[in-house]
Structure formats: C-alpha cells, structure tokens
Ligand binder design. Structure first.
Ligand SMILES: Cc1ncc(C[n+]2csc(CCOP(=O)(O)OP(=O)(O)O)c2C)c(N)n1
Ligand SMILES: [Mg+2]
Length: 627
C-alpha cells in the first residue's frame, strides 16, 4: 500500500550512500551523495545532526514527532543512526545527559508535543545545571496557528514552548525549513561550548517537519573546534604568582570545571604549595591520597576541606560556580582577603570581590601560573599551613574510618540490625574501585555521604549530579551504559526515594542491554530531608512512610533483571556485589540501611547553608565578609 507523504525513497538512498561511504562527508566526496538535495525538514535535521556527530536518539514518540520518527526509522534500517525507545521522558533526559557526561557522545532526545516535552524539559535541568551539552527535539504547535492543537499550551500566545525552553538553555523554533542551518549553528555552539555548555532545544512544529526544502549539505555546520584561550600578556600571571608566593596560606578550590584538567591542577597545587579543596563533582581531580588533597569543602564538606577553605588567606578558585554545596552559601572563605580566579566565563571569574581574574582555559592558564611559580622556587613560608592541613586530613581519615567500620545497628523499621548507609556506600565504592567501575550517584543522603566517602584517584570515576541533585538521576543515567559505543561497568548508587522516582530503567536497561548494577540503599524514607528537619526544627515531618517494598521481587518481576538482596553485613554485601557483577546484564541490589540518630551513622555537615532557620546567621556572615 502506498501512503500519502510516505516519500522516503530519497532518504533511504541517501542513508545508504552515507553508510556505504562511512560518513556524510565521505559520501559527498565520493559523489554518491549530491551536495544540493531536495528533502524534508525532518531529514535535513537528521543529516545536520549527523554532520555534528549525533548518531543516537533517545525517543518517546507521539503525534508531535511521527514525521521525524519515520526518517529515523529509515536511517536506522540503513545503519546510519540508532534510536532507543524509552519509557519516561525525565529518565530519558537523564540518560542523554549521562551519555554525554560519562562517554562524551552527543545524543538527541526526541519527544512529542506537550506533556512529553514538558517531562524531558524538566529532566534537562540536570544537563543545564551540570553544563552538559545535549540536543532536545520537541514536537511543537503548527506555524499556521489553526487554533489550539491538542497538548499545546491553551493560551492566545505564540511559541510558548520556545519561550519556556529558552529560559533553561538555548532554543530555536524551526518555523521555516531553511532555518535549519541557523538553528544547527547555534546548537553546535551551545552543546559544544568550552565552559558554558548546556541543553539546546529544537522546537519542531507539526507542519514544518514534512515541509520540503532545497538543502545544501556542504553548508550545514559541523562540530566547532575552538582554540584554548588564556590571558594575552604575562602581567596578570606574574601578579598571581607573586600573590601566591607572598601568602602564608593558599587554598585552591577545584570546582566541577576542573574535571579532566587533573594534570594542571596537580602541577599548580604542588608549585603553589596550596591545599586543594574539592567540589562534590570534582573528586579525583587530585588523587585522594595526594598530600595536598583536603577532600571536599562546602555546606556538607569535610573536616579537612572546610578547614582549608575557612582558614586560607588567599583562595585560588578554579572552574567553580560557587553554589552552596561547594562554598557554604557564600561564606566558606572566612579569612580570605584575596581571590585569584581561573575560569572561562567572565561572570563566574568575577564572582568574588578582591579578585584577580585569569580568564581562560584551565589547563592553559594553570599551566602558565605553575611554570612561573616553579621558576620562582621556595615555598617555605607555607610550611606551617601545609602541616596544619595535613593534621586535619589525618583527622578526617580517622573520622571516616570509624564510621566505615561501624557495626550494623538495630533499626526500628527493619526490626533488626542493618548496615549504616556510610558503611554500605563505602563497601560498594571500594568494590567499584577494585573492578574499575564508574559510579553514578543520586540525590539525598546517598549523594552527600557518597561524595564524602569516595576516594577517587582521577576524574571520570564518579558522576554525581550535584548541580540539580535530581532524584532519579543515577538509575536513569545508567541507561547510557547500554547505549554507549564503549560501555564501562557502572554502578548507580541510589536511595529508596530516588529509585522510585524513576524505576523505568528496569525495563529500558534490559531492552537496551545495560551491563551494570543499581544499589538501592533503603532506609524507608527520604532521609536527607528528615536529617535537615531534625537539625533545623528538631522534628521530622512527612519524610518517611510505613510501606515496606520488596525491591528484589519488584525488580525481579522484569525479565532479564538480576535482582538480589544485598544482605545486612559487610561480608554479605561484598558477596552480593560479586554475584551481581558476574551477571551479564542489569543487576539490582536491595540493601536495607539503618535510619536514625546514632552519630556513627552519618558523616556530618562541616559547612553552613542558607536555608530554614540558619538563614539569619548565614546571611549576617555573608553581609559582613568582604570578598
Ligand atoms: C526530583 C526531586 N524531588 C525532590 C527533591 C528534594 N530531595 C532531595 S534529597 C530527597 C530525599 C532523597 O531520598 P532517598 O533517595 O531515599 O535518599 P536518602 O536521603 O534517604 O538516602 C529529596 C526529597 C529532589 N532533589 N529531587
Ligand atoms: Mg531513603
């Protein structure tokens, strides 16, 4: 049967030419793909994204994206692109974020119009917050404006979805097929931005998807290559080196932006004799046992990390946005009188007063500063500082050790002794290290305990979404390991609350061949909030529930999932992890953990936070500090 508009013969021939030649450019070069083609906007979009290296689509189709879906079907059948069907748009957006973050592949999320788009948009907050470049393609209202289409925002206004998406990232409504060139040039910069990447939203009206255009393939923008930038002269670098040399106590605050700049951070820390305080998202940038590594600092922080930030007179902020977890709501640097800031972004680089701004690429700038300091030699004036920091690090190591070794504690919910959450997370983190697995962390206590616990030696071993702290992120993100070209065994650490936000991974993970493990640390409550309520007002309110869930049966109901109980002791958990790892697919471990006030069941909060009844104190300090 021939259906109207089912005109995909040309598309199929082009897809075949691309597959045979190996790439779009190669097919154009060998003459099998003409430079100027007559096509639809849907195919133009797929070809344009292909030119930027976008080969994978995560999709939940609807009436808002059937035309694009048809092109994706043809391109998949010809072996050019791949489409992964998912079950929840929030989860799908997280998986796309992790595919870019963990594996460096640029995916496109595809939804229908309306509710599907809204859900993916919500999930895109994680990409925006962590500056991860991904494409989101949403079906949108027609450009004729016949009246409200089903699922569009019912209001006499134009382009409301485009307005909404422009708030979170950058956005383009494909109102005219020929606009694809402009749209994709803007998109290429947004998703590949060197220090301000984020989601790029392409709004695809129902009626422009099948609209035809004459397209010049040579004119479609590819993936941009941009040179690393650094200050042009030596003046600022020399001044920074002098300030560091004269100061008796220097702390480097290595933010999330330092990920991947490990060598430069290490060289600068050694040349400057500076203590290094990490952000939750930058563990591993300096090896855990490196004497300059003071571990995380911030509103949760650590004994040594927060000692270093609170006492240094000079702060070298690198690749940090200074959000609350990482700088105690703006009052982390209590004795600092000066700041040197290395960042590509002119807003971030001038976040603090009294700043010497070294705008540019971290490796380029930190490398030059380190070279200058090395030439100057002699860091004797910092000996006392280094020793004080080392003593605090020893204190933190001992503090953690006692908690890792805490015996299982009697729990009222479970009516038996269970591992504490820190002890259980430590066992799983050590296991991950031993087998070379990556770790994905979810929100809540699991996340906070997690970044206090992990002992990474390089960046790229832990992915903790501290930008938005989006519950459901880790299990959903595990899907990326089923989609990536070169997957790595990955363990998702999540709480019971977070897991139930997005359990779709149980099905999607099997469907797309994830090899990895979800560990559910079940304290039968949203304990991070219980803890805050108790710390602030003394009483818990509506953060626990009375419903016992057998996660082994729940997960085990999905064919292909290896669901297991993680046990109640270190030995049982270790054995369960081994068995889970041996499974060639998705495993789920249910680990009941103690919930309560025992001091050995938590890793403490070492900073301050501008929330609840702490606001008055934090804000007074913030007003009084000069930087
Ligand atoms: C989608 C979403 N909703 C709400 C929150 C606020 N929040 C942060 S942590 C948390 C509780 C997490 O509970 P769970 O996953 O069980 O981890 P636990 O703290 O118990 O270890 C909540 C409700 C959030 N971060 N994300
Ligand atoms: Mg919980």
């Amino acid at each position: 049967m021939t259906l109207p508009n089912s005109n995909t013969d040309g598309a199929r021939a082009r897809a075949k030419a691309i597959r045979v030649a190996g790439s779009l450019t190669a097919a154009m070069e060998n003459g099998t793909l003409p430079k100027i083609i007559d096509t639809t906007l849907s195919e133009a979009l797929v070809l344009g994204l292909l030119k930027q290296g976008v080969l994978k689509y995560l999709a939940i189709f609807g009436h808002g994206s059937t035309d694009l879906g048809e092109i994706l079907r043809v391109y998949q059948e010809e072996g050019v692109t791949r489409t992964f069907n998912c079950r929840n748009e929030v989860a799908m957006a997280h998986a796309a974020t992790v595919l870019r973050w963990q594996y460096g592949e640029i995916p496109a999320v595809v939804t229908s119009i309306g509710p599907g788009a809204m859900q993916a948009y919500a999930g895109a907050l994680a990409a925006a917050s962590n500056q991860i470049g991904v494409y989101h393609i949403y079906g949108d209202e027609t450009t004729f404006g016949e009246g409200y289409n089903m699922q569009q925002v019912p209001k006499e206004e134009q382009g409301l979805f485009g307005q909404m998406t422009a708030v979170l990232g950058r956005s383009y409504t494909l109102h005219t097929p020929e606009a694809i060139r402009d749209a994709l040039r803007r998109g290429a910069i947004q998703v590949n931005h060197p220090y301000r990447a984020g989601p790029f939203f392409l709004l695809l009206p129902l009626n422009t998807q099948p609209a035809r255009l004459r397209l010049n393939l040579a004119a479609l923008p590819g993936r941009p290559t941009l040179p690393a930038m650094a200050p042009a002269g030596d003046g600022e670098i020399d001044l920074a080196a002098q300030q560091i040399a004269l100061s008796r106590s220097v702390v480097i605050k290595a933010g999330g932006g330092t990920r991947g700049h490990d060598a430069a951070i290490r060289r600068l820390a050694e040349a400057a004799a500076a203590a290094v305080a990490l952000s939750p998202g930058s563990t591993g940038v300096l090896p855990d046992a490196h004497p300059r590594n003071m571990h995380v600092a911030g509103s949760k922080g650590s004994i040594s990390g927060n000692f270093a930030t609170a006492n240094a007179e000079l702060v070298v902020v690198i690749g940090s946005r200074a959000v609350c977890q990482a700088d105690c709501s703006g009052i982390g640097y209590k004795k600092a009188t000066r700041v040197i800031n290395i960042n590509g972004d002119v807003n971030d680089v001038t976040h603090y007063n009294q700043t010497l701004a070294l705008t540019g690429d971290i490796t380029a700038v930190a490398g030059r500063l380190a070279a200058k300091l090395e030439a100057m030699g002699n860091r004797q004036n910092k000996q006392e500082w280094i020793e004080a920091c080392a003593a605090k690090k020893a204190e933190w190591v001992a503090f953690k050790k006692v908690r890792f070794q805490a015996a299982p504690m009697a729990d009222t919910n479970w009516q038996r002794p269970c591992l504490t959450q820190p002890a259980a997370i430590h066992v799983v983190a050590e296991f991950a290290k031993r087998i070379g697995a990556a770790k994905l962390f979810d929100a809540g206590d699991v996340q906070a305990n997690g970044f206090q616990i992990v002992e990474d030696d390089k960046s790229g071993d832990t992915f903790t979404e501290t930008g938005a702290s989006y519950m459901g992120f880790s299990a959903s993100g595990l899907l990326a390991s089923g989609i990536a070209d070169n997957p790595r065994y990955t363990i998702a650490f999540c709480g019971d609350g977070s897991f139930m936000m997005n359990p779709q991974i149980l099905i999607d993970g099997v469907e797309h061949g994830v090899r990895g493990c979800i560990v559910i640390f079940d304290n039968r409550r949203m304990a991070a909030i219980t803890g805050l309520q108790k710390a602030q007002y003394g009483v818990e309110f509506k953060t626990g529930d009375g419903v016992a869930v057998d996660y082994v049966r729940l997960a085990g109901a999905v064919a292909g999932v290896n669901a297991m109980h993680g046990g109640y002791s270190v030995d049982e958990l270790k054995r369960a992890l081994e068995t889970a790892h041996a499974h060639h697919g998705l495993s789920v471990l249910h680990v009941p953990v103690y919930s309560g006030d025992h001091e050995l069941a938590g890793l403490g909060a070492w900073g301050q936070w501008n929330v609840g009844n702490w606001c008055e104190d934090v804000q007074r300090e913030w007003t009084e500090q000069d930087i």
